[in-house]
Design a protein around this ligand. Sequence first.
Ligand code: UDP
Length: 486
Amino acid sequence: MEIKEPTHVVLISSPGLGHIIPVIELGKRFVVHHSFKVTILAVTSKTSRAESQIINKALSLYHLINIHPPDLTAHLHQNDRMVTRLCVMMRHALPAIRSTISKLTPRPSALIVDIFATEAIAIARELNVLTYVFVASHAWFLSLLLYSPFLHHKIQGQYVDQKEALKIPGCSPVRPEDVCDPMLDRSDTQYAEYLGLSNGIQQSDGVLVNTWEELQFKTLEALREGGLLSQALNMKIPVYAVGPLVREPELETSSVTDSVVCWLDEQPTESVVYVSFGSGGTMSYEQMNELAWGLELSGRRFVWVVRAPIEGAADAAFFTTGNKCNQVDEVVKYLPEGFVSRNKKVGLLVPEWAQQVTILKHRSVGGFVSHCGWGSTLESLTNGVPMIAWPLYAEQRMNATMLAEELGLAVRPKVLPTKKVVQREEIARMVREVVQGDDENAKTNRVRERMKDVQRSAIKASSEGGSSYVALSHVAKTIVGADGLN
Ligand code: UDP
């Protein structure tokens, strides 16, 4: 009897943990729920130690091929911003991607590319197979991206100088200060690259987005055929909400994590605020000082993933995480004098990198000061941890607005942390608002209650029969069906 080979899909990820982690999770679902064979082509920067660690762990579990782009010194300028860097890296990795795919067996039945890899759609066309674009972020971000070529023609001058919010059919308006980074300066090359991403998506056979129906129903409806946005764009490609794609805590914990968990075990339930700014977030020396004072003033317990301060560039560690301060002693010099000794009973400092999901899952964690990267946000939502939104770069200002004003899952500072220093009193106030003190009687916390509802809805969406499970099953069936025709 002939044994049928499993359907084979290739997933392509661009550098950055916010991309690689959800791509690996998406791959897992195809394997576990649909018995597909999955190959992940992960393009990584050579400099990020955290990236290599995640990749190495995944290597033992999945068929994952790590692709390093060639030397790009001749193609990148020192001042090139993140989107330019990602697009150039992915463009120059295309020959290696094409050659790797040509050697894979069985021949893939579909390519799933992340938004920085849409130029690989040409490879899918050569192979005559389906391509889906995977958006690691949410539906509102996707809508803004798709609508940007229209805004480009409609609006003169810089978006940030507009007096009114940018209107996107069927979506919440985007305040000028909330536009994502590549829209901040229309003369920067990353703006042209960003507009190109929107066109790339339109060439695909469908979009998979890392959100779920119940969280963003209105926006998803606008994106779908017949919806207000798809009509405005004359877009007919299907949009599938397949999230939240988040990791389980890592099985192997580091000695640092073990000591954090030991300490958390000793603390009362939901009494600790976890402070971390993703794989890239850095802040100025002045802001770091205020944050330290704010945490101390709040009187709440904390675990803080600390990085050396950098002036000016909030995303400065994006490609280089893990290379700076590896010991607590190295970060102490950036903190207020006596901070460590005064707070040794109530706070823990983790240099550079923590096993975040393990920490967020711990019952003692009751709040998360986060840069609102979508990966971290989903990890907070799925673990029911209310957020203090501290947006720094990329699309994080939109995320913070959505979390605080639309979904009621976060509190946020009055000023944008990248524009003005958030003062210690405000930091202390926000932390106290989210995390209850030992001396307080249990009181109703609306953000926490709302967060618990969203946590339940997220778990349901991903479970068998839930909206995201069903959406991915639909994609899997379409791939199998199209394969039969080839
Ligand atoms: N992360 C982590 N430990 C850290 C910092 C980040 O495990 O100390 C993980 C985090 O759990 C998330 C990812 O790195 O899955 C960061 O993705 P996100 O989209 O939040 O932000 P980005 O780093 O892309 O800005």
